[in-house]
Ligand binder design. Structure first.
Ligand code: DLL
Length: 432
C-alpha cells in the first residue's frame, strides 16, 4: 500500500517545486515570527525575498540544539501559544532540555507521516501494534501511537518497561507489530526465549525500531529471534519525532518524507555540502511545520543520501542507517571509533551476547578503551583457559577492525544493566 502516491512517487521536478514553494513560506514565517531567526538573517543581510530557488537554501544559517536551549522553553516557537496543542521535550545530558510545540495541523501531519512510514513496512488496518516506546515528553510513544491510529491499526499503548507484562499482552492480544528501541526488542526476544514461550503464541510479523543507532548484524539477530521483519525508523524531536524517515520492504535505507523535510548532507568540519552519495552530517529543514519550524537543523547524525530508484516504487530519497552521531564518535589515541563498529564485531561472534559497555579512561596521558561484554554462561563453568582464549579472540578481532587495542573484560549474562529505552553503551570518564 502506498499511502500518498502523488507525493511518495512524484518525479524529482515535482518534489522540488513543492519544496521550493513550502521553503519560501517557511522562511517568511520564521523571519516574521521568530526574533532569533530574524536576527541571524539580518546579520548576513538575507531577507525572505532572497530565497528564489531551491539551491538558495544554502544561503540560510544553520540551527543547532543550543539555539533551542538559548530560547528555552518556547523562544523558537513561531505560532502563538493558543495555537500550540502539544508540547514535547528531549532530555539533554547537560543543560536545559530542548522543547518543541505542535499546532493541530502539525499533529495531523505527524500522524500521517508516521502512518506513511508504517505503510512502507507493509502494515495495514489488520495489524495490532504494541507500542513499547516510552510515552511522555519523549516523542517515541505518542508519535507511533497516533501514526498507528491514523493508519487504522489497533494500537496497544504499552509504553516501555515491564517486560513480563509486555510479553503477556503481546501473546494475549495477538500483537502483529512491535515498536520499540532495537535494544529493547532484543531484550524482549531474550526474555521470550528464557520463558520458553511457544513460538505459535507469538503473532509478531513486523518490528518498527529506532531512536538509537543499530547495526545490520543486530537486525539479523532480532529478525531471527523474533521471526519478524525488522524495519528502521528515524526521527528526532526537534524536527518532529519518529517518522522523519522509515524503511520500506526493500530494507535498503529510510525514505525521507521530502514533501515535508529537505535533507542535506554536510561535512561537519567545513560545513560544506558533500558530493552526492558521500557520508556526512544530516541537516534537515522543515517546510510545513507551524509550531516550531527549523531551518538547516544540524542533527549530528552521520549518514548518506541515495537518490537512485527504489524497488518499492517510491521516489523519495533514502538515507542510510545512521552510523552514529558526529558527537558520540570516540577518539581513542587519535583513532575514530564508533560504538556501532564494536557492536558489529561482537555480533559476528557466536560466543558473545550483544550486551556491552564501553568505558573510556585517560591513564596518564594515554586514552584507554575497555569493553565489558557478556558471554554465554557455559564459558564461566568451563576451564579458565577457555575464557582466556575467548578474551584474546575478541581483542584480536577488535584490533583488526578498529586498529587499536581494547582491554576486554568478559562478564556473566545479565551483568550489564538493561534499559527499556535508549541503551547506554559508553561511559567516557575523560569527560566526567
Ligand atoms: O529518538 C525519535 C524517535 C522515536 C525516532 C522513536 C525513532 C523511533 P530524540 O529523543 O530527539 O527523538 O532523539 C533523536 O536519536 O538524532 C539520532 O541520533 C537517534 N536516532 C533516532 N532514530 C534513529 C535511528 C527520537 N533509526 C536522536 N537510527 C537522533 C539511529 C536514531 N539513530
Amino acid at each position: 500500500m502506498i499511502w500518498n502516491e502523488k507525493m511518495e512517487c512524484a518525479d524529482r521536478s515535482t518534489i522540488e517545486a513543492v519544496q521550493l514553494e513550502r521553503l519560501k513560506e517557511t522562511v517568511e514565517r520564521i523571519y516574521y515570527h521568530v526574533p532569533s531567526y530574524r536576527k541571524k538573517m539580518q546579520e548576513i543581510n538575507l531577507t525572505p525575498a532572497d530565497i528564489k530557488k531551491l539551491s538558495d537554501l544554502t544561503k540560510l544559517p544553520f540551527t543547532i540544539k543550543q539555539d533551542l536551549r538559548d530560547g528555552y522553553p518556547f523562544g523558537m516557537f513561531s505560532a502563538p501559544r493558543r495555537e500550540i496543542v502539544r508540547i514535547h521535550a528531549s532530555s539533554g545530558t547537560t543543560g536545559n532540555p530542548t522543547v518543541v510545540g505542535y499546532t493541530r495541523k502539525d499533529l495531523t501531519t505527524w500522524a500521517e507521516l508516521v502512518a506513511r512510514g508504517m505503510a512502507m513496512t507493509g502494515m495495514d488496518q489488520n495489524d495490532t501494534i504494541q507500542i513499547a516506546y516510552g510515552y511522555g515528553l519523549f516523542t517515541g510513544g505518542l508519535g507511533l501511537h497516533y501514526g498507528g491510529e491514523c493508519l487504522g491499526a489497533s494500537v496497544i499503548p504499552m509504553s516501555s518497561g515491564n517486560t513480563k507484562k509486555q510479553i503477556k499482552i503481546m501473546t494475549d492480544f495477538g500483537a502483529t507489530v512491535l515498536a520499540c528501541t532495537p535494544s529493547y526488542a532484543l531484550h524482549i526476544a531474550e526474555t521470550i526465549e528464557e520463558k520458553k514461550i511457544p513460538g505459535e503464541d507469538i503473532k509478531l510479523k513486523i518490528g518498527i525500531f529506532g531512536a538509537e543507532p543499530w547495526t545490520e548484524a543486530m537486525r539479523n539477530q532480532i529478525e531471527e529471534k523474533l521471526h519478524i521483519k525488522a524495519y528502521d525508523i528515524y526521527g528526532l524531536s526537534e524536527i518532529m519525532g519518529p517518522g522523519v524517515g522509515c524503511e520500506c520492504t526493500a530494507q535498503n535505507g529510510m525514505h525521507i518524507h521530502e514533501d515535508h523535510f529537505i535533507p542535506e548532507i554536510i561535512n561537519p568540519k567545513t560545513l560544506e555540502p558533500v558530493a552526492p552519495g558521500e557520508e556526512g552530517e544530516l541537516v534537515i529543514t522543515t517546510i510545513t511545520k507551524e509550531g516550531i519550524p527549523l531551518i538547516r537543523y544540524r542533527t549530528r547524525d552521520l549518514t548518506k543520501l541515495h537518490y537512485g530508484k527504489c524497488e518499492c516504487g517510491r521516489t523519495l530519497v533514502r538515507m542510510e542507517r545512521c552510523k552514529g552521531r558526529s558527537d558520540d564518535m570516540l577518539i581513542i589515541r587519535g583513532v575514530n571509533v564508533f560504538p556501532s563498529q564494536i557492536e558489529s564485531v561482537l555480533l559476528e561472534m557466536s560466543e558473545t551476547e550483544p550486551h556491552y559497555l564501553l568505558i573510556v579512561e585517560r591513564i596518564g596521558t594515554l586514552d584507554s578503551l575497555k569493553l565489558m561484554v557478556e558471554v554465554q554462561q557455559q564459558f564461566f563453568s568451563d576451564e579458565v583457559k577457555n575464557l582466556q582464549n575467548l578474551r584474546k579472540k575478541i581483542a584480536a578481532n577488535l584490533k583488526s577492525t578498529l586498529g587499536i587495542a581494547v582491554n576486554v573484560e568478559l562478564v556473566e549474562p545479565k551483568t550489564i544493566e538493561r534499559t527499556s529505552g535508549k541503551a547506554k553503551r559508553v561511559i567516557d570518564k575523560r569527560k566526567l
